[in-house]
Design a protein around this ligand. Structure first.
Ligand SMILES: [Ca+2]
Length: 133
């Protein structure tokens, strides 16, 4: 686990991993889950800029729908659509190109961005009050 294949690239915090393999969105999701944590969830502008700096071609990120959400199940609270996107219809999966998002058919093949959760930044388990006060 967490072994970089020669084709996988990372930069900066190394939270993001660009995989230079053309895969469908579902294949990309499987690859990320097997080798890292999941396809990239982009939660704010800073993260969107980090990914923008890593990729040079259209690359899958974790966003998909029926209702737009991330591959890890989290809700879409931030978005950065390109003008006139999303077009909807049968386009249910999302690529980032120069930091702007486009919906595409999930069966298209693109490079993709995975993320890796860092154990040292995990949210500590909350203490629970199990008894009577
Ligand atoms: Ca589109």
């Amino acid at each position: 686990m967490n072994m970089f294949s020669p084709a996988d690239r990372t930069k900066g915090s190394s939270r993001w991993i660009l995989v230079n393999k053309d895969k469908t969105w579902s294949e990309a999701q499987s690859y990320c889950r097997q080798n890292y944590t999941d396809l990239a969830s982009v939660r704010n502008l800073a993260e969107n800029e980090e990914i923008k700096g890593l990729i040079s071609n259209s690359s899958w990120i974790g966003l998909f729908r029926d209702v737009w959400k991330w591959s890890d199940g989290s809700a879409m609270s931030f978005s950065k659509w390109h003008d006139n996107q999303p077009e909807g219809g049968d386009e249910h999966c999302v690529v980032s190109l120069r930091g702007k998002w486009h919906d595409y058919l999930c069966s298209n093949r693109f490079y993709f961005v995975c993320y890796r959760a860092k154990p040292d930044t995990a949210i500590p388990t909350l203490f629970q009050c199990s008894g009577q006060i």
